[in-house]
Design a protein around this ligand. Structure first.
Ligand code: HOZ
Length: 432
């Protein structure tokens, strides 16, 4: 099959030829690579070319693509039927598993995506506090529900729509914007909107503006400020949940959230999301309480089978997190060495197994410094890496995801390719 032919067909019947904007390559130019299959650390396009993959379906493939145990559990589940629209035992097993792994999570509701999880958690926070306004951070991405498409990160940012068309002013007015890693900006919003703020939502590690670690004390400050004003703290763990460690960001940073949202990571890559928190809050969700939220595919049996298998693997092994973090460290340090050796203005961030190489000499500690990155240089680098068989995020403001299926050889090979690419760019005058 020829990639270009497929792309031409796709563009006639799908906006931009894709079902999600980042993968259109609009931020880097050129034709998106259509994928045929993936296994372990490798992904294969429709023309049969092999790549070392660092997207990992945007995070959930912690154990690598098409992990044999997960694939087997899905195949087994398929034999029993695809969807029932009625409760199953595996939904209970999943809820027991997640609540036993994540601190403070007493009850959980499964949904179908991170977007749905966030949308539902916000509704719940508003109902619980009887307040309307939500604080989010400039450059944080929480899916595409209307009220979160204000100063959003990820594709909304790289494709220049941080404030999406179609979001009404009325809705946007209830979304207040603070600066990531700046608790004073949060305090200021609380002071200006006394008794009106229902919740503060954030990615505990900002991973849709590249990767930016929370500054020392930032998450604890947010906890304190929320407590002081009777607002809820929501951790959007679509990327960090089960990736930083089994208990997610709450455990990793030692700060408690009131509500937590998850996405695909909870289903081993299947279309899943979930939100959960303290019983007292979750009991407001229908049918126990008056916050309505529903879905035929919520707790879908195939997705539950995949998710349970992945989470059980994560919980059962002491080697997974040290392995992926160690590989990420090797990769991040390797990039730093290359930048130093070639005297290039690169800034490398890593939190656990999330890595990002920014094309800027500034240390990236917040959204402002993230935006100092040269996205045109990233685009050049991306294309050259892709040509040489390394599949990176097709946009600067995204993370690189490491899985247990990556090997030290994969990392070394990637670094060697990156060094050659960056040297070529330097000789070609790209950094001048
Ligand atoms: N929102 C994802 C990046 N943070 C991209 C989703 C996709 O295109 O699959």
């Amino acid at each position: 099959m020829i990639n270009s032919n497929l792309y031409s067909r796709a563009k006639k019947v799908m906006p931009g030829g894709v079902n999600s904007p980042v993968r259109s390559y609009k931020a880097v130019g050129g034709e998106p690579v259509f994928i045929q299959s993936a296994k372990g650390s490798r992904i294969y396009d429709v023309e049969g070319k092999e790549y070392i993959d660092y997207i990992g379906s945007w995070g959930p493939m912690i154990l690598g693509h098409n992990h044999p145990k997960i694939a087997a559990s899905v195949k087994k589940a398929v034999d029993n039927g695809l969807s029932f629209g009625a409760p199953t035992e595996n939904e209970v097993v999943m809820a027991e598993l997640v609540t036993s792994m994540v601190p403070g999570l007493e009850m959980i509701r499964m949904v179908n995506s991170g977007t749905e999880a966030v949308m539902s958690a916000l509704r719940l926070a508003r109902a619980y506090t009887k307040r309307c306004k939500i604080i989010k951070f400039d450059g944080c991405y929480h899916g595409h529900c209307d009220s979160m498409l204000v100063k959003a990160g990820s594709g909304a940012l790289t494709l220049s729509h941080p404030d999406s068309l179609g979001v009404t002013d009325e809705l946007a007015r209830n979304t207040l914007i603070a600066d990531y890693n700046d608790s004073l900006s949060v305090q200021k919003l609380f002071a200006e909107n006394k008794g009106e703020i229902a919740a503060v939502i954030l990615e505990p590690v900002a991973a849709n503006m590249g990767v930016v670690s929370p500054a020392e004390g930032f998450l604890a400050d947010l906890r304190r400020i929320c407590d002081q004003h009777g607002a809820l703290l929501i951790f959007d763990e679509v990327i960090t949940g089960f990736r930083l460690c089994t208990g997610g960001a709450q455990q990793y940073f030692g700060v408690r959230a009131d509500l937590v949202t998850f996405g695909k990571i909870i289903g081993g890559g299947m279309p899943v999301g979930a939100y959960g928190g303290r019983k007292e809050i979750m009991e407001l969700v229908s049918p126990l309480g008056g916050v309505y939220q529903a879905g035929t595919l919520s707790g879908n049996p195939i997705a539950m089978a995949a998710g349970i298998t992945q989470l059980t693997e994560l919980r059962g092994s002491k080697e997974i997190y040290p392995r992926i973090d160690g590989l990420a460290k090797l990769l991040a340090e390797g990039f730093c060495d290359i930048a130093e050796k070639l005297e290039l203005p690169l800034s490398v961030n890593r939190v656990a197994s999330l890595v990002c190489v920014f094309f800027t000499k500034e240390a990236v500690t917040d959204f402002k410094s993230a935006k100092s990155s040269d996205t045109a240089l990233y685009a050049k680098y991306f294309k050259k890496m892709l040509d040489r068989g390394v599949h990176l995020a097709p946009a600067q403001f995204e993370a690189l995801f490491i899985s247990t299926a990556h090997s030290q050889d994969d990392i070394r090979k990637t670094l060697q390719i990156a060094e050659n690419v960056l040297k070529e760019m330097k000789i070609g005058g790209d950094f001048e």
